[in-house]
Design a protein around this ligand. Structure first.
Ligand code: NAD
Ligand code: UFG
Length: 357
């Protein structure tokens, strides 16, 4: 059992990972500024895990919540100090907090660099101050830009094509420099997610984007549930078998298990820096997603092919062999599982967490 600080733990991937970590027996402190999430997600995680609700948790509960900002160094200092004062220092940090919308990053590069890079720096500085050297970082396949070939191994060129991608590349660079500076101390995993989608099979927690979704899966599920009329398919003339883009969609519960496996590996093995793709190795086209979601929801998904979206690559698919070799981890869920669980969440919560206090 470890005591883990989870930044951004109220968000999509963080909430599912918190559930997996609680089920594995860990004790969690979540810090999140709720800029893109609500505490309802963590209360539902607590209920699924059978622990006290995050909103009412005291210092001895297994899921504690601090509404705070990762760039606020005194706030982070206070979290580490309080854990030490309780005789249970923070053993590891899983760092989800960050901004993730590609288009927004083009419009607001200062904010993206501030939160994603400065925020990560601030967190690492506080960790170093407190002798905590185990760190799991939410990186992204966006690092690879337009990949030279697929499936993409971790050795592929890091060549981001937008500010969001550059912030992830900069944070990975920082982590590499840090690991090099004190190889006997740091235990770091940079997990490069491909396309995280789906929801917990209970339908209690899932993805709840603010406003109009940028990403395919939440848009498709909102069309299925009647919140949006029609999906725009960005391009039908890509060099792929059906003309639509191919991605490596990974069930969020597989991703959450990947974090648990990475944390176990870091805690058990000698200090090291791991950079690993978390993907399935399976490429799925936009039209295949639409068909599978229509089958799972038993609803039509009205869609229209429109022009390509700037910045898209035709195909991105992970080579996940290294994660299997280093962590013994691989995805377990099919596209059908993803759509079934995504629909369970969307149909039970048509407005996401909006109805919660
Ligand atoms: P999310 O927006 O649902 O979760 C991020 C959480 O961080 C939110 O709860 C938000 O309120 C919080 N947050 C944001 N800025 C903060 C700050 N300054 N201080 C404290 N909390 C802050 O996003 P997600 O999909 O769960 O993504 C988690 C991480 O994974 C992000 O770093 C993202 O870049 C990365 N990632 C996501 C995807 C994806 O497609 N979802 C793909 C690759 C990488
Ligand atoms: N798409 C549509 N219509 C939509 C939305 C998306 O046709 O309304 C298409 C896109 O053109 C693309 C595919 O669906 O071909 C997937 O698009 P997403 O926006 O869901 O995902 P991306 O592959 O563009 O990017 C996502 C995250 C990035 C992350 C990347 C790799 O948004 O932050 O996965 O992890 F970096």
């Amino acid at each position: 059992m470890a005591k883990i600080l989870v930044t951004g733990g109220a968000g999509f991937i963080g909430s599912h990972t918190c559930l997996v970590l609680l089920d594995a027996g860990h004790e969690l402190v979540v810090v999140d500024n709720l800029s893109n999430s609500s505490l309802a997600s963590l209360n539902r995680v607590a209920s699924l895990a059978g622990v006290a609700p995050a909103s009412k948790a005291g210092p001895t509960d297994r899921l504690q919540f601090v509404e705070g900002e990762i760039r606020d160094t005194p706030c982070l200092e206070a979290i580490f100090q309080q854990a030490e004062a309780q005789g249970q220092p923070i053993d590891a940090v899983i760092h989800f907090a960050g901004l993730k919308a590609v288009g927004e990053s083009v419009a607001e590069p200062l904010r993206y660099w501030d939160v994603n890079v400065h925020g990560t720096l601030s967190l690492l500085q506080v960790m170093a101050n407190h002798g905590c050297h185990t760190f799991v970082f939410s990186s992204s396949a966006t690092l690879y830009g337009y990949p030279d070939h697929v499936p993409i191994p971790e050795t592929a060129a890091i060549q981001p094509i937008n500010p969001y991608g550059y912030t992830k590349a900069a944070a990975e660079r920082l982590l590499n420099d840090l690991a090099t500076s004190a190889q006997e101390l740091w235990r770091i995993a940079c997990l490069r997610y491909f396309n995280p989608v789906g929801a917990h099979p209970s339908g209690q927690i899932g993805e709840d984007p603010l406003g109009i979704p940028n990403n395919l899966f939440p848009f498709v599920s909102q069309v299925a549930v009647g919140r949006r009329e029609c999906l725009q398919v960005f391009g039908g003339d890509w060099p792929t078998p059906d003309g639509t883009c191919i991605r490596d969609y990974i069930h969020v519960m597989d991703l959450a298990e990947g974090h648990r496996a990475a944390l176990d590996c870091l805690l058990e093995e000698p200090p090291q820096l791991l950079s690993l793709n978390l993907g399935s190795g399976r490429g799925i086209s936009v039209l295949e997603v639409i068909q599978a979601f229509a089958e799972a929801s038993e609803r039509p998904i009205p869609h229209a092919i429109v022009s390509r979206r700037p910045g898209d690559a035709a195909i991105t698919v992970a080579d996940p062999a290294e994660a299997l070799r280093r962590l013994g981890w691989q995805t377990q869920h099919s596209l059908q599982d993803i759509c079934r669980d995504g629909w369970a969440w969307q149909s039970a919560n048509p407005q996401g967490y909006a109805s919660e206090p």
